[in-house]
Design a protein around this ligand. Structure first.
Ligand SMILES: [Mg+2]
Length: 227
């Protein structure tokens, strides 16, 4: 059965891992304190500050204390929901101000554009929030790529290393697993997608090997008609 949809990971696949760890997260950490001070009264921000007070068991924490708590969570790499939401708001402001531009490898931009033009439905599955995914592609170094994508999935569809998540995504897309090609740089994710019945292709951009799957070093080597 021919491939109809292509589902891609972001970090290490369409985009450099270093963009996330050396650009995005440090940007959020640097701008979070002033962002919270300036927007503490904004309803969507106030809701998240309230959630921080609740989660930390400090209902009376003032704004400066909430900032301290948030920076503590960042330091211990705690994936707290209000922290993720606030980081997303800081990134959005950064992208809108033109201070951040999403990194997408040129070979990925070109292939995604070609596949879209040939009628493949393109989807993203990343552990970053859907909001963050949309910003990377919507405000990328190559311009607004959001028109290429038919949908976005994050870990609310399930963990990336579990086959069930890929079945959920197939149902959500409305396309049989056998007609979906999944692209990733992590072998456990490729294994889970294959276990669910998807076709797979591993991106070994730094020359490593993803055993048990077709391997390519960039998107130009991927031919969906022969996989
Ligand atoms: Mg990855």
């Amino acid at each position: 059965m021919p491939i109809k949809a292509i589902l891609t990971d972001i970090e290490g696949t369409t985009s450099a891992v270093s963009f996330v760890f050396d650009v995005l997260f440090p940007y959020a950490t640097r701008h979070l304190p002033d962002f919270v001070r300036q927007h503490a009264e904004r309803p969507d921000v106030a809701v998240q500050l309230g959630a921080v007070r609740l989660d930390s068991g400090e209902p009376a924490a003032d704004v400066e204390r909430v900032i301290e708590i948030l920076l503590g969570w960042i330091a211990e790499d705690r994936k707290a929901t209000p922290l993720k939401a606030l980081q997303g708001m800081v990134w959005q402001q950064g992208y809108e101000a033109g201070q951040l531009k999403g990194h997408v490898y040129p070979d990925a931009v070109q292939a995604l554009q070609q596949w879209h033009a040939r009628g493949y439905a393109l989807y993203v599955y990343s552990s970053g929030s859907i909001q963050a995914q949309k910003l990377i592609f919507g405000c990328s170094e190559a311009g607004d790529l959001s028109a290429l994508f038919s949908g976005y999935f994050d870990t609310t569809s399930g963990p990336k290393r579990e086959a069930q998540s890929y079945r959920h995504i197939s149902e959500a897309i409305g396309c049989p697993v056998k007609q979906i090609l999944f692209l990733s740089d992590i072998v456990e994710e490729l294994d889970a997608a294959r276990q669910a019945g998807m076709l797979t292709c591993g991106l070994a951009r730094d020359g490593g090997e993803l055993p048990g799957h077709p391997n390519v070093s960039n998107f130009a080597e991927i031919d969906p008609t022969t996989l």
